[in-house]
Design a protein around this ligand. Structure first.
Ligand SMILES: NC(=O)c1ccc[n+]([C@@H]2O[C@H](COP(=O)([O-])OP(=O)(O)OC[C@H]3O[C@@H](n4cnc5c(N)ncnc54)[C@H](O)[C@@H]3O)[C@@H](O)[C@H]2O)c1
Length: 336
């Protein structure tokens, strides 16, 4: 059977392990993270956002090799910092590259050795063979040609359905987006050097405007997007759940009721399970643990002018994204 190895056990890597352990434990073949076994076990058991793992988890060492015991599975854990030096066993056909360190094709491709034929990067990549948001362009994936695949970003997975649904219902003329985005480990807890001078500033002290790699990913996945589509990320001092704010000018008339109907139809139809509809009066913490790519807050929908609209969607950037990552790799593992 084709199974999966995972490199990088951070926020996304650990959630992917949790999800795979629940959904398809048989697919987990091996893991790698430079962190020592006891630290990996501790952070898998205890999560400040998502709570304790229900599954029994333990670490053990046999003949100098570390293993994680996840329920009744025993999975080898390696600690190599360089992809080409990780001794993944032959059961690994697909590597999930979730360290955030190897997002360029040439770097991620260093996993392609031994039995490994495909790599899925858990982030946008400037030059992966294909960037996939499966419900939008999954049909373009050709396994013989696409060996290093990017699963885009949490923001891209949330924004793509918003743009797609507006486009299909009313036609998109121009569009822009801001994401009100939680802190991630690519910011500084206190002021400390960083190549992005705003991310260098204390993460829990300020609203921190910064870039988002989602825009490049969205243009790659939806080449028909309005040319000028772009925007900004506003990092705010919370731990989980982002809010995407899309503004667009449309080709056809749209009132608030019509826009709400388009999203409700999509949530109950073509996008079922991936697009949700929020309860009234929601705030970000209400969405922790939600696995949809985006949950539309239709109460906030605005018609700002003739054919000029604003819509808002929430997403659990960790659970939702890890769920899409697992959807993709479970599908690939059945096909490669
Ligand atoms: N956090 C999110 O909400 C989110 C959502 C979607 C995509 N992503 C993307 O996923 C990637 C990982 O993000 P994260 O938030 O999980 O990061 P993180 O900082 O929480 O975790 C990174 C992990 O990689 C490990 N690591 C460090 N150097 C390594 C190396 N040389 N080889 C292997 N592992 C190494 C670290 O020990 C850590 O466990 C990033 O590219 C990020 O953009 C993150």
């Amino acid at each position: 059977m084709k199974t999966i190895a995972l490199n990088g056990l951070g926020r996304i890597g650990r959630l992917a392990v949790r999800l795979l352990a629940e959904r398809r434990p048989d697919l987990l073949c091996a893991l790698n993270d430079p962190a020592p076994l006891d630290q990996v076990v501790h952070l898998l058991r205890h999560d400040s956002v998502h709570g304790c793992l229900d599954l029994p988890i333990d670490g053990l060492q046999e003949a100098g090799q570390d293993f994680l015991r996840l329920g009744d599975r025993k999975v080898p854990l390696f600690h190599a910092p360089e992809p080409s030096e990780i001794p993944f066993p032959d059961c690994a056909s697909l590597v999930v590259e979730a360290s955030g360190r190897f997002t360029r094709r040439a770097d991620a491709a260093r996993h392609l050795k031994g039995a490994v034929t495909h790599v899925v990067i858990s982030a946008p990549s400037p030059d992966a063979d294909l960037t996939v948001i499966a419900p939008v362009n999954g049909a373009e994936l050709e396994l013989a040609r696409h060996r290093v695949i990017s699963n885009a970003s949490c923001t891209a997975h949330a924004t793509a359905p918003m743009l797609r649904i507006l486009d299909q219902a009313f036609g998109l003329d121009h569009a822009g987006m801001s994401t009100v985005h939680v802190v991630t480990n690519d910011q500084r807890l206190m002021d400390l050097p960083h190549k992005d001078l705003r991310r260098a500033r204390a993460a829990f002290m300020s609203i921190i405007p910064t870039t988002s790699s989602a825009f490049g990913a969205l243009h790659r996945v939806i080449p028909t997007l309005p040319e000028g589509f772009g925007g900004v990320a506003l990092r705010v001092p919370t731990l989980n759940v982002n809010l995407v704010d899309v503004v667009a000018t449309l080709r056809r008339d749209a009132d608030v009721a019509g826009i709400r109907r388009a999203f409700q139809d999509a949530a109950g139809g073509a996008w079922k399970g991936l697009v949700g509809i929020a309860d009234p009066h929601a705030v970000s913490s209400d969405f922790t643990g939600r696995a949809e790519s985006v949950v539309m807050d239709l109460d906030l929908t605005m018609a700002l002018g003739p054919r000029f609209v604003k819509v808002f969607g929430w997403h659990d950037n960790e659970t939702g994204y890890a769920a899409r990552l697992c959807d993709l790799v479970m599908d690939l593992a059945g096909r490669i």
